[in-house]
Design a protein around this ligand. Sequence first.
Ligand SMILES: Nc1ncnc2c1ncn2[C@@H]1O[C@H](COP(=O)(O)OP(=O)(O)O)[C@@H](O)[C@H]1O
Ligand SMILES: [Mg+2]
Length: 343
Amino acid sequence: MEVRVQNVRKEFDRFPALHEVSLDITSGELIALLGPSGSGKTTLLRLIAGLERPTAGRIFFGDEDASEKSVQERNIGFVFQHYALFRHMTILENVAFGLRVRPRSTRPASGEIRRRALELLDLVQLSGLEKRYPSQLSGGQRQRVALARALAIEPRVLLLDEPFGALDAQVRRELRKWLREIHDRTGHTTVFVTHDQEEALELADRLCVMSQGKIEQVGTPDAVYDHPQSPFVFGFIGESSTLPVEAVNGGLRLDDQPIGIASDAEAGASRLYFRPHDVELVEGDAALHGTVAGSRRVGGTRRVELDVGSNHRVEIDLPFDHPAAESSRISFRPKRWTLFPAA
Ligand SMILES: Nc1ncnc2c1ncn2[C@@H]1O[C@H](COP(=O)(O)OP(=O)(O)O)[C@@H](O)[C@H]1O
Ligand SMILES: [Mg+2]
């Protein structure tokens, strides 16, 4: 089911949690709402679900205006970080619940409900555990039951709010892969909220990066990582270094010294951004020069912190066998970089 969020604004007691947000969610895609805590991700999800009403704007499910529809009418599947299962029900009863409480006219026969619930438990790889109670499962298994329960009602849209947030890193990674596989098999339109960029980059077809109640950028993980459209996105997704520079005569300068980067930017102050791994060591004056303030091994490379003068620090990656001795001098140039107007 395609979902369109159109100019939606949401205020809580006049505090704007979302400002004029618009987002087109394609049928069958897995889109991640990614942003720091308080950026409005949960609010946007709850508006799509129908748990909140927009202060302004509309939400469409396909061609139908769903803005005034209830949660039940929207037929949404949910999984929350702490969406507790029913403790007094078995796993099977938990999964079957959404179908059992349907009005008689749309409720499947009880044999059919059982068959579907067992099929879903198989899908989430929990076959054989149907008679257990939630307290007899691990955290990861409980979230898989929660997902099976959400899928049981055959939702038009699946909404997941930091579903793995309470689990440890190893389990999170496993569930992430597993969720992607389930999504590919079932093809539900899925909106996944996370503040974890690694999770979003690995899992999602597209990212919707949010900050302070606004959408900063929407695109594939590659597009967002390679072409951040704002300083916020550059800084939030992936590693980044930044320096205040001056555009002068077709080149960039730091503290009045040319740094070996040609640019046709308008003359004046700007902000240079680059990734620590997108740099090359160079000889000669036209470069950035720094003294090593510290370094640490990060996987197969050495991340070096450089003091480039006037209290500016940047990080660059060097081969791990580079000595990068404390206080030694290193000259380098970003191979790829982005310039944003000075704040
Ligand atoms: N029910 C509410 N009443 C008042 N303020 C709220 C309510 N829900 C969310 N907010 C505020 O709206 C902003 C966005 O919150 P939220 O959507 O939960 O962010 P996120 O999920 O990205 O952490 C925050 O400043 C939060 O305090
Ligand atoms: Mg939240």
